[in-house]
Design a protein around this ligand. Structure first.
Ligand SMILES: Cc1cc2nc3c(=O)[nH]c(=O)nc-3n(C[C@H](O)[C@H](O)[C@H](O)COP(=O)(O)OP(=O)(O)OC[C@H]3O[C@@H](n4cnc5c(N)ncnc54)[C@H](O)[C@@H]3O)c2cc1C
Length: 392
């Protein structure tokens, strides 16, 4: 029996079938057969989600064979790419066309389909998440149709499915809104927290990207800013914190240590207070936790299930090593995040019910209505998503 596990190893599955896709006709035939036979299908990118989005004992679909930059429109600055393309494989081919992703997250190992399916984001007060860059998608639906949903075609489906959690069908390709290729200069520095707190608003507003990691044991932070530059790239690349190169060479960081993670998005103006509450919690109730808290910013968007839906946002992430039980710590953090009107990251851990998610996300029920219309039998739901839906 095949075996699947996510990046951290926390989630495991023994699916009846592990199907490797290489083309969209196969995706459509698989979707039709699965729905006819009452099977359950979950597509996966690279399994970097901490939430149990993939596990099923039925069919897991590996989409890594659907890779490559398929077409580029330089005039509209858009490109169609294979859904399974790793983010790191987009940088160079897009730069050859004079284009780039507007922003990227901490790492670039995920598939673009997985990253956009969960609202993956980087940092930057004026920059939106990756789902907001999806202007079109090709989806193999449960009835075996391959449809294009975009900002000009099947728009109702596109609006809902830009952030889709793998629940609408098998996504075979994505059209992404891009920008002109650009270079970034990175500057990272250590600071004690009180000093950084004084500069928080200025750093957020004067740099294209600003973030920091705060380390509870020492009360020290490692802050980082990235800004566009016309300077020539400096090769070989310097270490993280002082790189100067094309955007896709500067964004990614090395994250080798297996961990779990909870992340919430709070309204931007509540970010500093929410961070202070988490800092106090760590110092008083969880002094043994050494993993850092990450603080980033994110611009409002119009993606239905986005954590930044119609509000500028600060994201706060807490981590724990994979070997330790994080439950008490994360539950205590979640209470603080919720008290600050937080929305959980779809690819990370949370303990919320569908009922609570419905109260948090104004378009929750609209999203489910669109989803149910294209997959009434729930072929593309696993137990986790089914539970969230039945709670709602
Ligand atoms: C070390 C690490 C660093 C991270 N850094 C960041 C960060 O900086 N910012 C951030 O926001 N998040 C971050 N994440 C979270 C991560 O980006 C998300 O969980 C993302 O969804 C993972 O992408 P993936 O390709 O591994 O997708 P998976 O985890 O494999 O899948 C995610 C979702 O996409 C669906 N899916 C994937 N491909 C398809 C397809 N072709 N058709 C239909 N559905 C599909 C799956 O069914 C699932 O619902 C990080 C995670 C880790 C482990």
């Amino acid at each position: 029996m095949p075996h699947w596990n996510n990046w951290s190893g926390r989630h495991q599955a023994r699916p009846r079938t592990l199907h490797h896709l290489h083309g969209e006709e196969d995706a459509a035939a698989l979707a039709a057969a699965a729905s006819r036979d009452g099977r359950r299908v979950r597509a996966t990118g690279t399994g970097h989600s901490h939430a149990p989005l993939i596990p099923t004992d039925d069919v897991i679909v590996d989409t890594s064979g659907l890779a490559g930059v398929f077409s580029v429109d330089g005039a509209t600055r858009r490109a169609w790419v294979g859904a399974g393309t790793k983010i790191h494989a987009l940088g160079l081919p897009l730069r050859r066309e004079g284009l780039a992703l507007t922003n990227q997250g901490d790492i670039d190992r995920q598939a673009i389909s997985g990253a956009t399916a969960t609202g993956t984001h980087g940092t930057g007060r004026t920059l939106r998440n990756l789902s907001a860059a999806v202007t079109g998608m090709r989806i193999a639906l449960a009835d075996g149709r391959l449809v294009t949903a975009s900002d000009t075609e099947n728009t109702a489906l596109w609006r809902a499915a830009r952030l889709h959690l793998g629940a609408f069908g098998i996504v075979t390709a994505l059209e992404l809104a891009l920008r002109d290729a650009y270079k970034l200069r990175e500057h990272g520095w250590a600071s004690d927290w009180p000093a950084l707190r004084e500069q928080l608003a200025t750093l957020s507003s004067t740099h294209r990207h600003f973030e920091f990691f705060w380390y509870p044991g020492t009360d020290q932070a490692f802050a980082k800013v990235l800004d566009e530059t016309d300077e020539p790239p400096a090769y070989p690349l310097a270490d993280e914190g002082s790189r100067l190169a094309w955007s896709y060479e500067v964004f990614p960081n090395h994250r080798p240590h297996k961990h779990t993670e909870m992340e919430y998005s709070v309204p931007a103006e509540r970010g500093p207070a929410c961070f202070e509450a988490i800092r106090t919690l760590l110092r008083t109730d969880f002094p043994h936790v050494s993993w850092p808290v990450e603080y980033r910013t994110l611009a409002a968007d119009d993606v239905w299930l986005s954590t930044a839906y119609e509000r500028d946002t600060v994201t706060l992430s807490v981590h724990q090593t994979i070997d330790e039980d994080e439950t008490d710590y994360y539950r205590a953090c979640e209470a603080i995040f919720r008290a600050h009107d937080g929305r959980p990251h779809w690819g990370k851990m949370h303990y919320l019910s569908g009922e609570t998610l419905a109260a948090i996300h104004p378009r929750w029920r609209d999203w489910w209505r669109q989803r149910d219309a294209v997959d009434p039998a729930g072929t593309f739901l696993n137990d986790y998503l089914q539970q969230l839906r039945s709670d709602a």
